[in-house]
Design a protein around this ligand. Structure first.
Ligand code: CA
Ligand code: CA
Length: 246
């Protein structure tokens, strides 16, 4: 009697776990550059010179730094497929802090892209530093590398004030939502069928004369890919326990 009640308890636990894990587990990865290296853990690929991890200039923290004097059209990217457990078929968000040194230069474009590396389709969010570049500056929308209509008049800082930028992507309707310091900048829905967006890229266009730009505390938040292997192990473990108790 006691044995059969225990067995039922174990079986119920196993069933609850296998039903709940795939739907609810969230995935979070961060990069704060405190390991002093952007090329590992996770791996960013710099396509131009000028990127480094600096340890001075932003308090005592380590951060990703772009030197405009050596980095005209600086580009660096992050392959999201390296996060084995991130489910790219579900909604995910990328957030980060950015600022410049305390100098004040304006009119420089910064682009944040989410795209499918295989087809180079996706989105580019364009921001300007101050308001002289396009008359009415701010975030714009468009497919990857193609700038379309302007969204709002949000600017990136040209001083030591950091802002938190978030790009949230929902593959089910191809919608991207952009926030700045948790306030909505704009949202837009892709007009063409996109592949699986697997790459995040930062690009500083026209950086000649631009201030040094800082980035830190990247966070990728999404849904964890269910692990059939571990669920199978859990079920086998439960079975073994049931057998042992009989
Ligand atoms: Ca840091
Ligand atoms: Ca690193």
């Amino acid at each position: 009697m006691l044995n059969s009640r225990l067995t039922m308890g174990v079986a119920a636990m196993a069933m609850t776990a296998s039903l709940a894990l795939p739907a609810q587990a969230s995935f979070i990865a961060t990069d704060n550059f405190e390991d002093g290296d952007f090329t590992s853990n996770p791996t960013w690929v710099a396509h131009t010179d000028g990127f480094s991890v600096a340890t001075t200039g932003w308090g005592s923290r380590s951060y990703l730094r772009v030197e405009p004097s050596t980095a005209y059209n600086s580009t660096i990217s992050l392959d999201l497929k390296q996060f084995d457990l991130l489910d790219l078929s579900q909604s995910f968000a990328i957030s980060f802090e950015t600022r410049t040194a305390a100098s004040n230069h304006d009119g420089h474009v910064v682009q944040f892209s989410l795209f499918d590396a295989a087809t180079e389709t996706g989105y580019t969010v364009t921001a300007t530093e101050m308001s002289t570049m396009f008359g009415s500056s701010g975030f714009a929308r468009g497919n990857y590398r193609a700038i379309a209509a302007t969204l709002g008049s949000q600017n990136l800082p040209t001083n030591a004030t950091s802002v938190l930028i978030t790009l949230e992507y929902n593959p089910s309707n191809d919608e991207v939502i952009v926030t700045r310091n948790d306030s909505l900048v704009g949202s837009f829905i892709g007009s063409q069928g996109l592949g699986e967006l697997d790459t995040f890229e930062i690009r500083l266009g026209n950086t000649g004369g631009a201030p040094v730009r800082y980035f830190d505390n990247f966070q990728i938040e999404g849904t964890m890919i269910p692990e059939p292997g571990s669920l199978a192990l859990l079920s086998l473990g439960a079975l073994a326990l049931m057998r042992r108790r009989h």
